[in-house]
Design a protein around this ligand. Structure first.
Ligand code: PRP
Ligand code: MN
Ligand code: MG
Length: 203
């Protein structure tokens, strides 16, 4: 296999599918946050590509919209999330207090990550916290949770691209694809998920 493209069993969402949906989400968010000076908060690293496309699609852009980032990773070994989600941020409490926060995620899977981030923001005194996620893999929830803005309800498959990684690879692809089983067979994951599974591999 010469390129990342060769590792894809199929394309799930093309660049065109994604950009069409991102424009729809952006318009909805612009309407909902008019007059609310939202703090748009990207959850790194997975959300970086969706984040940059989404903020440009928030049109007409509400006055007072600002952006920041928070790093979240679940650690522990194995293929299932440990449930122990580590947050890293230099975001000060006073920057969150009283703000309408819109969290941006690439995927909500078990929901352990996003619920941890939400709890942190509530503790910082956010006026409201909502979530925009490109993918919602709701079949895998370990906690009941429904994001406010969802790009696509995603099947329970090995998805990568458009920010989503498998062991830090494939993030730069402009589309979302399903990985060929031979690409993860060596790990013996046996049908487990490459993302949202405590595999961040860099902490
Ligand atoms: C992935 C993904 C979400 C989270 C979803 O992040 O980007 O943040 O897992 O999984 P969950 O709903 O089961 O918690 P990861 O921890 O792999 O870090 P990354 O964003 O740097 O890839
Ligand atoms: Mn992530
Ligand atoms: Mg990851």
């Amino acid at each position: 296999r010469q390129t990342y493209h060769d590792d894809m069993a199929k394309t799930l969402y093309t660049e065109a599918d994604i950009s069409k949906r991102v424009v729809e989400l952006g318009r909805q968010i612009a309407q909902d946050y008019e007059g609310k000076a939202p703090l748009v908060l990207g959850v790194l690293k997975g959300s970086f590509m969706f984040f940059s496309d989404l903020v440009r699609a928030v049109e007409p852009c509400p006055r007072g919209l600002t952006m920041d980032f928070i790093r979240a990773s679940s650690y522990g070994s194995g293929t299932e999330s440990s449930g122990d989600v580590k947050l890293k941020t230099d975001l000060k409490r006073e920057k969150v207090e009283g703000r309408h926060v819109l969290l941006v995620e690439d995927i909500v899977d078990t929901a352990l990550t996003i619920t941890t981030v939400i709890r942190h923001l509530q503790e910082c005194g956010a006026a409201s916290v909502a979530v925009a996620t490109l993918l919602d893999k709701h079949e895998r929830r370990r906690l009941p949770y429904r994001p406010e803005y969802v790009g696509f309800v995603c099947p329970n498959e090995f998805v990568v691209g458009y920010g989503l990684d498998f062991d830090e690879e494939y993030r730069s692809l402009p589309y979302i694809g399903v990985l060929k089983p031979e690409c993860y067979a060596h790990l013996g994951l046996d049908g487990a998920e490459p993302d949202g599974s405590g595999d961040s591999g860099d902490e």
